[in-house]
Ligand binder design. Structure first.
Ligand SMILES: Cc1cc2nc3c(=O)[nH]c(=O)nc-3n(C[C@H](O)[C@H](O)[C@H](O)COP(=O)(O)OP(=O)(O)OC[C@H]3O[C@@H](n4cnc5c(N)ncnc54)[C@H](O)[C@@H]3O)c2cc1C
Length: 483
């Protein structure tokens, strides 16, 4: 079948733009690529009417990963502020764990414009202001997309050999996928965090590096402040901050019952800003570079990536594939890694004239090898953390983390909790003993899950058995954590 393009990238957000540039790079611009986004040119990549809602933090290592492989380099103004890492504080603020190493605070309103210039230079075509509604199919294969041109109000239809779905967490395309495929379409409500943030300027209040640090992204673990999630204070300069929090709805309901409150996410964020003593007279940013992006709420998934990332003529990348890291909801890093990888896989498949599930399958394996191997283990760990009280988090962070565990967490890996077992009788309190057991259990399940992911089937034929075992391990883990 003759198609309008070789590749259509649905969604011109962070992941879609990189996927397009990567495919252009690996094909040496031989393939025709179209990005379709529902926004007009000046606001391409905007997630919601409120902006590019994000914490804006990304590790330098993942940006380097992209630069080394596909030669995309970011600079000023899309990189707004460098940081030395992330510091996670216990609820009593007595213990902190550093993680993620050097990184950047991005300006998410500026970045898409940089990406747009780079994509155009790489020969990528862009279609603005089209809201996609669904996929077009032929003989059990995705062959295009359809929607509405928001400027002319006319129907929009284009075909391609492969459609890459980069339309974000709420993807209508994935939800409506109606060919036989191994892709999961829906997510469990409890695997979504409700999050929000403000970008603010402020005067210096009482200096306190547990409240604001121009060199570190701060995370506050606290089941009263951000139940089932965490609060963040990420520096965008000496007097500028991205401040917000994420919660799990289920835990928010429990927290409100416990405290006799009726708070929603926005109220929690505003209270969180008020309680920060280092931030005085905060005001929403008046920088022109934040003009469409100062405040807003959105959702982010915190589970493993979709069990399968490809179907006939169709691939998932970024939030539409539920790629954010389960522990901290960082989705930029995995989106960069996956989109970089995807370019090579898609070009190989098109050049081999096989864009079927089998032809695209290698993308599953390459993503797992470079990132996806750890996400299921981290999902179990996240589920355990969400069940803990503030006292347990304080105790656990103080007593259960060895130097090796902290190193593992800094690298984004699951800690081993090797010393927890040796502490034995010294652990005070039944709840803390239960926590110690839980930590040891998650470490053990993480090993099993990582090994299982490294055994991801080389061909689609082995997938059903692999997935059955995966869900068996996960179900066993969930039920043990919940008791
Ligand atoms: C409050 C919050 C804080 C976060 N903080 C961080 C952080 O500090 N660090 C980090 O690494 N990650 C963070 N994340 C996650 C991160 O923002 C995402 O992982 C990242 O933006 C994913 O990029 P994406 O391109 O996959 O999706 P998106 O950024 O959602 O882009 C999707 C694009 O597709 C377009 N689109 C959607 N539907 C359609 C349609 N039907 N038709 C046409 N176009 C469509 C959208 O308009 C958008 O342009 C945070 C998320 C939230 C919500």
């Amino acid at each position: 079948m003759k198609t309008d393009y070789d590749i259509i990238i649905a969604g011109g957000g962070l992941a879609g733009m990189i996927a397009a540039q990567s495919a252009s790079y690996y094909s040496k611009q031989r393939l025709s690529i179209l990005i379709i986004d529902r926004n007009p040119e000046p606001t391409i990549g905007k997630k919601t009417i409120n902006g590019w809602v994000c914490g804006d933090a990304v590790g330098k290592n993942t940006v380097d990963y992209m630069t080394e492989r596909i030669k995309i380099a970011w600079g000023n103004p899309e990189i707004e502020h460098p940081v030395k890492g992330v510091m996670a504080f216990s609820p009593d603020r007595e213990t902190s764990i550093p993680f993620d190493g050097d990184g950047y605070m991005l300006n998410r309103q500026q970045l898409p414009q940089r990406q747009l210039r780079d994509a155009k230079k790489a020969g990528v075509n862009i279609q603005y202001s089209v809201a996609l509604r669904g996929l077009i199919y032929e003989n059990g294969t995705v062959v295009g997309v359809e929607g509405t041109n928001l400027v002319t109000n006319e129907p929009f239809k284009k075909t391609a050999k492969v459609v890459v779905d980069a339309t974000g967490v709420t993807s209508m395309l994935r939800n409506g996928l109606s060919i036989k495929s191994k892709i999961e379409r829906k997510i469990d409500r409890d695997d979504l965090e409700s999050t929000g943030r403000h970008i603010m300027k402020f005067e210096q209040g009482i200096p306190d590096k547990t409240d604001f640090d121009p060199d570190y992204c701060i995370i506050h673990l606290d089941q009263d402040i951000a139940p089932g999630g965490y609060g963040w204070v990420f520096p965008k300069g000496k007097n500028k901050v991205n401040i917000g929090l994420g919660v799990q709805q289920k835990e928010l309901i429990k927290r409100n019952q416990r405290l006799g409150a009726h708070d929603d996410v926005t109220k929690l964020i505003n209270d969180y800003v008020k309680m920060n003593k280092a931030i005085k007279n905060p005001k929403l940013s008046d920088d022109p570079m934040d003009s469409n992006n100062v405040t807003g709420n959105w959702q982010v998934s915190v589970r493993r990536q979709n069990d399968c990332l490809v179907a006939n003529g169709y691939m998932l990348v970024g939030d539409s594939a539920w790629m954010p890291k389960p522990l901290d909801a960082g989705g930029i890093g995995p989106a960069i890694v996956a989109a970089t990888i995807l370019g090579k896989n898609i070009v190989n498949a098109i050049e081999a004239n096989d864009v079927s599930e089998t032809g695209l399958w290698q993308y599953n394996i390459d993503f797992i090898n470079d990132y996806g191997y750890k996400t299921a283990g981290l999902e179990i760990f996240r589920r355990l953390l969400q069940t803990l009280t503030n006292d347990q988090i304080n105790y656990g962070m103080k007593h259960f983390l060895s130097k090796l565990d902290v190193e593992a967490i800094s690298k984004g890996e699951h800690p081993d909790f090797g010393t927890v077992g040796k502490l034995g009788m010294m652990i005070r309190g039944a709840l803390n003993k239960k926590l110690a057991d839980g930590l040891r259990f998650t470490a053990q399940q993480n090993k099993v899950l990582t090994e299982h992911y490294y055994n991801f089937p080389k061909k689609p034929e082995g997938f059903d058995a692999w997935q059955k075992t995966l869900h068996h391990i996960l179900d066993e883990s969930y039920s043990k954590i919940e008791v």
